[in-house]
Design a protein around this ligand. Structure first.
Ligand code: C2O
Length: 475
């Protein structure tokens, strides 16, 4: 008794199960488009995804993961359960592409949902391939100051969890992620889903990819590194943490495309499955997992009746500057924004709670992965110290996926960034400055806890800079 597009979880047909299924099918019609059926009952769980920082190198969770990788690597790459196939679902340079290859969502509002689905099916495959029936994917909680290095089990050169395809300093343990790579406060300040998701996709998501380097630094190779999945497990955990901030933060449930676009994966038996946004709104209820140390899950529903009237955001450009040429490189670069004609308007925006002032960068691109991140400061006085704790720090320019010419597999998409700058420019306005410096500072990973001059593998070109205001309105 399986509904179409079912997950492959099968339970013996009893009258109770049958009724349960029928009731679920009926409620699915009310709750919105769904292609995924969890069946009648979960055999086990809920599975708890644990913080890898609390696991010892020899923890059975990590041993099972390594065993599964070994078993998957032994399968031919045409087998959906093989390590190579699973990685290729995310991205690959191998042609011709097989079913579901190169389907990761970057630079779109499917970023959180697609990766949740991907990691979910991957976890089920590992559970089966490791023959460890209680297995759940651990998360790499890099924001915790004690977890900025690559987890030790992944640095053991004799383990399946190791690959030489990383920044050598991360593999030796000397390298660690700087605080600005893992800070999600800028992303969490956005109350709209797309704003938060796209900010988070850059930092911390992309920054951690760049920091680990090697395979992780590039979309077509990233998922070959076993650390990828622990990284994405943490990104997935942040989805719920973002919702838990409240203040109008909700999933895009008034967006039919977000809710009903189907994505293809494979279950642990190698059978194709499809899932939509509506299938992955409530991880514990729908997908049977939860996170260690997580606040209560915020349950979202694809049901119009439960939905609050959405806040809509209108974004208006105040100042649009086609700039001659702004190149980001190893040395700090500044660009001066002339804010004199806008002074009054800027003051009113900063004082208005329903308006947000944004600095936007468009047409951002590089030939290859630059291998570093640029910190962005607004209104920093020339003699001030570069310090991410300062109010002038607004976020990072990070390229991963969008914006890298050599990695574009269909159409090239330059990257776009939006930074909230209200706090940063408040003091410049007070000081009656007419020209506002926007400063870009290259930042590499720390080595032995210290900043080192980063090596920039590819310069970045910024096409346009603009100031915009975003206004919240009830629909
Ligand atoms: Cu699809 Cu972190 O990448």
């Amino acid at each position: 008794m399986k509904s179409k597009g079912s997950s492959g979880i099968e339970a013996p047909i009893t009258r109770r199960n049958f009724l349960g299924t029928a009731a679920k099918a009926a409620s699915a019609a009310v709750l919105g488009p769904s292609l995924f059926s969890i069946g009648t009952a979960f055999a086990a769980g809920p599975f708890v995804r644990r913080d890898v920082g609390g696991l010892s190198v020899g923890d059975p969770i990590l041993i099972s993961y390594a065993n599964a990788i070994k078993a998957m690597q032994a399968l031919p790459s045409s087998n959906p359960l093989s390590w190579a196939y699973q990685a290729a679902v995310h991205g690959t340079t191998v042609t011709p592409a097989l079913t579901a290859w190169n389907t990761c969502e970057h630079g779109t509002y499917f970023f959180w949902s697609w990766h949740r689905m991907y990691v979910y099916w991957f976890e089920r495959i590992i559970r089966k391939m490791s023959a460890d029936s209680g297995w759940a994917l651990p998360y790499w909680n890099w924001t915790a100051p004690g977890e900025r290095q690559l987890p030790p089990a992944f640095r053991d050169t004799t383990s399946q969890l190791y690959t030489p395809q990383r920044n050598p300093a991360m593999n030796s343990g000397a390298g660690s992620l700087p605080a600005t790579y893992v800070d999600y406060s800028s992303a969490f300040a956005f109350t709209d889903f797309t704003g938060a998701s796209s900010s988070l996709e850059g930092t911390p998501h992309g920054a951690v990819h760049v920091g680990v380097g090697g395979w992780m630094g590039s979309v077509p190779t990233a998922a070959q590194d076993p650390i990828f999945y622990l990284h994405h497990c943490n990104i997935d955990r942040l989805w719920n943490l973002w919702l838990a901030q409240g203040g109008g933060r909700v999933d895009p449930l008034n967006d039919a495309t977000w809710k009903s676009t189907p994505f293809t994966f494979f279950d642990e038996n190698g059978a194709q499955v499809k899932m939509t946004g509506c299938d992955v709104l409530r991880a514990t209820q729908q997908l049977n997992y939860s996170y260690e140390g997580e606040p209560t899950e915020i349950n979202q529903f694809c049901d119009a009746k439960i939905r609050r009237p959405p806040l809509i955001l209108k974004r208006v450009k105040l100042l649009h500057l086609p700039i001659p040429e702004l190149i980001l490189k190893a040395e700090p670069v500044s660009y001066l924004l002339d804010i004199k004609p806008l002074r009054k308007r800027l003051v009113s925006i900063i004082e208005n709670k329903s308006e947000t002032l944004l600095l936007e960068l468009d047409g951002v691109e590089a030939e290859r992965q630059p291998g570093v991140v640029w910190e962005v400061y607004v209104g920093l006085s020339p003699d001030a110290k570069l310090d991410a704790e300062s109010p002038s720090y607004v976020g990072n320019v990070v390229l991963f996926g969008a914006g890298i010419r050599s990695e574009a597999h269909n159409e090239f998409k330059p990257a776009h960034f939006a930074f909230r700058i209200g706090r940063a420019i408040a003091s410049s306005l007070k000081a009656q400055e007419d020209r506002l410096p926007v400063t870009f500072v290259a930042r590499g990973i720390l080595v032995d806890g210290k900043q080192v001059q980063p090596k920039v593998e590819s310069q970045v070109r910024v096409g346009e800079i603009s100031l915009s205001v975003e206004r919240q309105e009830r629909q």
